[in-house]
Design a protein around this ligand. Structure first.
Ligand code: FPP
Length: 255
């Protein structure tokens, strides 16, 4: 059977360049990005992938021109209004990660309503990252743990990877197996720094509005062909009895 990722994360890059190539405003490029966004959600749900996390707006994107930020925020509000019924009907569980206090109140209201409405769904777990930065996520978890230490509810020695992860935005979601980035750049750009520690990285030259089922399939085939060692040797992988850690826990031992 083909190895399927449990958790796919996507950096949807290239809307602006696509718009430029078509001679239309950047905002039109972001609107064109809705089609591959919808396709990715539907395809991941249909294939039984457990979790999908989309990078919609980074902490750094606030520094873009004010009119672009405002058109993106309007697009998020409108698309949530338009798509939420279908997401719910498809049993998708929607959650938002990021510093939501920075978002406009009308967007915060939609976010809270979408999370509440779909919270009991048992289908695809969809995380939408807005005003999100991987470093911010780590820092806010560290602050919460520091508060618990100073109130005396835990000791510094009680902090291990599991406790740390439990205070991050993706608590309870499996680690990222496959991270896809479109738009030709080959970097993570402060996305899920903690959760992508062992992710396979797939870089697509396609601009996000061009991303289609065939390219998603290419990314999934790439993943299926990878050998994931989680710091173990090839020999240990073929003979699990040879492992010093019999549980074979990923993410503990190195490359
Ligand atoms: C990056 O392209 C894309 C964004 C900052 C916005 C992503 C938003 C969408 C795809 C809209 C739909 C999303 C949801 C969840 C409703 P860029 O502008 O950086 O492109 P460039 O690198 O070519 O300038």
């Amino acid at each position: 059977m083909t190895q399927l990722p449990r958790h796919v994360a996507i950096i949807m890059d290239g809307n602006g360049r696509w718009a430029q190539s078509q001679g239309v405003p950047r905002a039109a490029g972001h609107r064109a990005g809705l089609k591959p966004t919808r396709m990715s959600i539907q395809e991941c749900a249909r294939r039984g992938i457990e979790a999908l996390t989309l990078f919609a707006f980074s902490s750094e994107n606030w520094n873009r021109p004010a009119d672009e930020v405002s058109s993106l925020m309007n697009l998020f509000v409108d698309s949530l209004d338009r798509e939420i019924d279908e997401l719910h009907a498809s049993r998708v569980r929607v959650r938002f990660i990021g510093d939501r206090k920075q978002l406009a109140v009308r967007l915060q209201t939609r976010i809270a309503a979408a999370e509440q409405r779909t919270g009991d769904n048992d289908g695809l777990r969809l995380q939408i990252a807005m005003s999100y930065g991987g470093r911010w996520d780590i820092v806010q978890a560290a602050q919460e743990l520091a508060r618990q230490c100073s109130s005396g509810s835990i000791r510094p020695a009680d902090i291990d990877e599991a406790r740390f992860a439990a205070h991050m935005q993706l608590a309870g979601v499996p680690e990222v197996d496959l991270m896809i980035r479109t738009g030709g750049e080959q970097r993570i750009s402060n996305f899920l720094l903690w959760h992508a520690a062992y992710a396979e990285l797939y870089f697509s030259a396609m601009l996000w509005p061009q991303f289609d089922v065939a390219e998603l399939e290419a990314a999934l085939s790439f993943f299926a062909g990878r050998e994931r060692r989680f710091g173990l040797t090839q020999a240990q992988l073929s003979d699990p009895a040879g492992r010093s850690d019999p549980a074979g826990q990923p993410g503990r031992a190195g490359q």
